[in-house]
Design a protein around this ligand. Structure first.
Ligand code: 5AD
Ligand code: SF4
Length: 476
């Protein structure tokens, strides 16, 4: 779709987000004209790979596109397809290219189709080169630092008629007040900080998401209030390392203070957060969780490895014993805390003994659930050049054993709650079955007979049966 509608860019505001809203206005006219010509709505398909950060970014991107006039569709046979990519592990990249190839074939049937790639993978120079060379049909490529510019980039593509690539090395600002199209009604993510300064040696995130930047607490509370007005009952505060929140702000604000202020928003029922780093969980935070009924007693605490030797090579700044002690301290202060984790196996140099240390910690820490990953070599990270990369078949075998241990510990933890009455946030109601799906503070789900009117409220449910990773229950 090319167009001759030229505007005087010099008259556009230079401040953000005002500038983007000006582009949205112009694009809305262009899209409306095209809609009239075609006699149908123009559709968009936004797909997210990766973590909650990306999910949240996609809600903003979909918000911008929706204001321009695109209507959401589940199908990739859309007028505009946007992939928000992840690069944390190699298989995330491979998956994206397979799908982009498929989009190229769709575009042959609909030459006006627009294909956009953004997100973490696009922050890597060699990936952008690959798109330039091999995927000429991709219309726009942008990165993690300028998602707010989507409208401007789209305008550029439509008026210049050629591939637009705009990837920035660092974020120059935090742009507030972008539109958003949320995926869920009752829960929402709220960014509290961007980037990461930890440089774990396996991890590409610091390279693709830049240095740590905290949002102003006033903006965070304002966004939360707005979300509550729109019906949100639970927010998840998002950051790569939430304990570092506020260190760059003037005056400094701690994460414990921030979460208290967010929880105080009237009408909000629950607050969660993701992800803290075990090395800097503060006691203030633990006491706030214990004291504050709105903060879920759930801590996602990435272990990564249980071997002190490997943890050192990972640059994690804690030992096996310190991690175990931390889980004990958490339970002293927050007795019913559910602790979940992330684990990587097959990090370079990992021996059977190291792996057994990881199994030990799983049993001692009694994780409620764990995301488990086979180490994936990421170009440009220190671990990629470390000797003794672990052969695939060794990692695959360890993964099997890991899953067994994680499964049985998690089940033992979950079963402990059977028979108890717990508060549950009602999230989804199925008319056909008359069953409500609600979420416990520990993030597990519970199904129980109920009625639609309870959606969005917290009710007490007796957990009658534990089916591994979810419960059946009854309202009390
Ligand atoms: N290989 C495997 N897993 C990784 N993670 C991060 N980088 C890698 C990698 N190179 C995992 C970590 C992190 C989660 C989001 O992804 O466990 O906590
Ligand atoms: Fe999220 Fe990291 Fe993947 Fe980016 S690379 S989407 S920050 S998990």
């Amino acid at each position: 779709m090319e167009t001759s509608l030229e505007i005087d860019l010099a008259s556009f505001p230079s401040s953000e987000p005002e500038r983007q809203y000006a582009f949205i206005d112009v694009l809305r006219e262009m899209i409306s004209e095209k809609r009239n010509r075609l006699g149908r709505d123009l559709t968009m398909h936004v797909e997210t790979f990766g973590c909650q950060m990306n999910e949240k970014d996609s809600e903003k991107l979909a918000g911008i596109l929706s204001q321009i006039g695109y209507v959401q569709t589940d199908s990739e046979e859309a007028d505009l397809v946007l992939y928000n990519t992840c690069t944390v592990r190699e298989n995330a990249n491979t998956r994206v290219y397979g799908r982009v190839g498929y989009l190229g074939r769709l575009k042959k049937q609909n030459p006006d189709m627009l294909i956009l790639l953004c997100g973490c993978m696009m922050q890597e120079e060699e990936e952008v080169e690959k798109v330039k060379k091999t995927y000429r049909f991709v219309d726009i490529v942008f990165g993690t630092h300028n998602i707010y510019m989507l409208a401007e980039l789209l305008y550029k593509r439509l008026t210049q008629g050629k591939q637009v690539i705009d990837v920035r090395k660092e974020a120059d600002r935090i742009v507030e007040d972008l539109p958003s199209l949320r995926k869920y009604g009752f829960k929402a993510g709220v960014n509290i900080m961007y980037g990461c300064n930890n440089f774990c040696t396996y991890c590409i995130v610091p390279y693709v998401r830049g240095r740590e930047r905290s949002r102003n607490p006033i903006d965070i509370v304002r966004e939360t209030k707005q979300l509550v007005k729109e019906g949100v009952r639970e927010v998840m505060l998002l950051g790569q390392n939430v304990n570092s929140y506020g260190k760059t702000l003037e005056p400094q604000v701690s994460f414990a203070e921030l979460i208290r202020d967010v929880a105080a928003v009237p009408g909000l029922l629950r607050v969660r957060f993701m992800t803290p780093h075990p090395k800097d969980i503060s006691e203030d935070l633990l006491y706030e969780i214990a004291r504050n009924p709105k903060i879920c007693n759930h801590i996602h605490l990435p272990l990564q490895s249980g071997s002190t030797r490997i943890l050192k090579k990972m640059n994690r700044h804690y030992t096996k014993e310190q991690f175990i002690d931390l889980t004990k301290r958490i339970r002293e202060i927050v007795p019913d805390a559910a602790i979940t984790t992330d684990i990587i196996i097959g990090f370079p140099g990992e021996t059977e003994e190291d792996f057994n240390d990881t199994l030990d910690v799983i049993k001692e820490a009694r994780f409620m659930s764990a995301f488990t990953f086979i180490y994936s070599k990421r170009h440009g990270t220190p671990a990629a050049d470390m000797p003794d990369q672990v052969p695939e078949e060794v990692s695959a075998d360890r993964m099997k054993r890991l899953l067994k241990t994680v499964g049985s510990t998690a089940e033992a933890e979950a079963v402990k709650l059977t028979g108890q009455t717990v508060p549950v946030l009602c999230e989804v109601y199925k008319e056909e079955t008359g069953f409500m799906t609600g979420r416990l503070e520990n993030n597990l789900l519970c199904h129980f007979p109920s009625e639609a009117s309870l959606l969005g409220s917290i009710v007490n449910v007796r957990l009658t049966e534990c089916a591994g990773f979810y419960y059946l229950g009854e309202l009390v």
